[in-house]
Design a protein around this ligand. Sequence first.
Ligand SMILES: [Zn+2]
Length: 78
Amino acid sequence: MILYRLRCAHGHEFEEWFSNGAEYDSRAAAGSLACPECGGTDIAKAIMAPNLGRAKAADPAPMCPPQGCGGCAFANQH
Ligand SMILES: [Zn+2]
């Protein structure tokens, strides 16, 4: 399953699950994708927000001892 962030011609953004990229293409071509806010069917893919990556990055890496990151799993990240 792929979660696509979609945007209608009026700038409304919403998310829709597809089993694969081809399903998005066929549903978009068939006009069966509609904006839940305005019902518009002029839908395009919006830039995907890297939700998982951002949630992970929000957690600060634990600090290494002052002598350095030798063997630390977070080497070069802090
Ligand atoms: Zn809309």
